[in-house]
Design a protein around this ligand. Structure first.
Ligand SMILES: O=C(O)CCC(=O)C1=CC=C[C@@H](O)[C@@H]1C(=O)O
Ligand SMILES: [Mg+2]
Length: 382
């Protein structure tokens, strides 16, 4: 296969507005700055990635501003003008930088895209993905009342979604979930706590077991694996880890300890597609089902999620709702749509969607073209 030789990287700084506020246990998001990373190969072929951070460091330690800084000062200087034989090598090339996984993923995924396009194939093909239809779930933020949540669930079930994820926090959990269950006793339902609880809440969380949830996502601290083991031993509801799993090693430790029975794989959180596939493959080997979480991405990040979800152990619908559920106008063409709860995997090369320059221009603040290494920091060359 043809290598990638990065001639330049263009950082497209944008600000996008969700069509509705999205509330979790750590805050509410409406607008967010997104840096779209365009990697241009010597041949002129471009690949695209995006920073899936938000403007505040409330999900993990990164923000869009920190991701841009790490990209400009460390990651781009390491990759510019380099011969990249396969996107799989980028993970190790960037390992000299600690964590900062969303920054790393924003350029690693762009390299997967440009490499796939240069070799006339899709990212799904390169990863070994076989699924051609992706069942879709819907993530619903915390609502003002249980009745409002019930109506949101009704709307989305009527649209055909295959899974409903409800954000919860203390004071907005059992009453809300019970209201949903009373109205919809059998729908595939899960809850995401975004680390809103502690082991002091075990007796309260055990009440979730009466609700027949698919899973409870990230109930405890964002960087914990040990306490989740203690909680999982007390619950019949499967624990799903999101924020706690930053790498293949974290996934291995969580599985070995019995800290979870499901893992939410997010390309940004684990540093890219290479690590996502490694975690997927470990979970397949250990009998742990996975699904693809969302980070309120634009169509570029959403397209990468779809490519990843073609892998066989993605057996649970992900948070990959169509573009229209997030943006008045998405920046990819065609927009990502759903057909009776299914997204059909596109047949095109790379991410399978094109970036619409005219739509991009409407959210673009500025673009930075980086053609030379400009950092003052020492950057390893091997
Ligand atoms: O993109 C989607 O639809 C899922 C959004 C979502 O649930 C989340 C986005 C970003 C961080 C978190 O708040 C939350 C999650 O934990 O999955
Ligand atoms: Mg989550």
């Amino acid at each position: 296969m043809q290598s990638v030789h990065i001639k330049e990287v263009i950082l497209h700084h944008t600000t996008v507005s969700l069509i509705a506020p999205f509330t979790t246990s750590f805050g509410t998001m409406v607008d967010k700055d997104v840096c779209l990373v365009e990697v241009v190969d010597e041949s002129g072929v471009s690949g695209w990635g995006e920073t899936v951070t938000s403007n505040e460091p409330y999900y993990n330690e990164e923000t869009t501003a920190t991701a841009v800084y790490i990209l400009k000062e460390f990651l781009i200087p390491r990759l510019l003008k380099q011969e990249i034989s396969h996107p799989n090598v980028v993970h190790d090339m960037l390992s000299f930088v600690r964590r900062n996984n969303i920054a790393k993923a924003s350029i690693e995924t762009a390299i997967w895209d440009v490499f796939a396009k240069k070799n006339d194939t899709s990212i799904a093909e390169l990863l070994g993905g076989t699924q051609t239809e992706i069942p879709v779930g819907k993530s619903i933020g915390i609502q003002d009342t249980p009745a409002l949540l019930v109506e949101k669930v009704r709307t989305f079930m009527d649209e055909g979604f295959k899974k409903i994820k409800v954000k919860i926090k203390p004071g907005a959990d059992l009453e809300y979930l019970n209201a949903v269950r009373e109205e919809f006793p059998d729908i595939p339902l899960m809850a995401d706590a975004n680390s809103a609880y502690t082991l002091n809440d075990i007796d309260h969380l055990k009440k979730l077991d009466a609700l027949n949830l698919m899973m409870i996502e990230q109930p405890l601290s964002h960087d914990d694996i040990v306490d989740h083991r203690i909680l999982q031993q007390e619950l019949t509801t499967p624990v799903c880890l999101d924020e706690s799993v930053h790498s293949l090693d974290d996934a291995r430790k969580a599985i070995e300890l019995g800290s979870c029975k499901v893992i939410n794989i997010k390309i940004g959180r684990v540093g890219g597609l290479y690590e996502s596939k490694r975690i997927h493959d470990l979970c397949l080997e250990k009998g742990i089902p996975v699904w693809c979480g969302g980070m309120l991405e634009t169509g570029i990040g959403r397209a990468h999620n779809i490519q990843l979800t073609t892998l066989k152990n993605f057996t649970i619908p992900g948070d990959t709702a169509p573009s229209a559920h997030y943006w008045k106008e998405d920046i990819v063409t065609p927009e990502i749509v759903m057909d009776h709860g299914i997204i059909h995997v596109p047949s095109g090369d790379g991410i399978g969607y094109e970036v619409d320059q005219e739509k991009l221009s409407k959210v673009l603040i500025s673009s930075e073209r980086i053609t030379e290494v400009e950092t003052t920091h020492p950057i390893p060359s091997v």
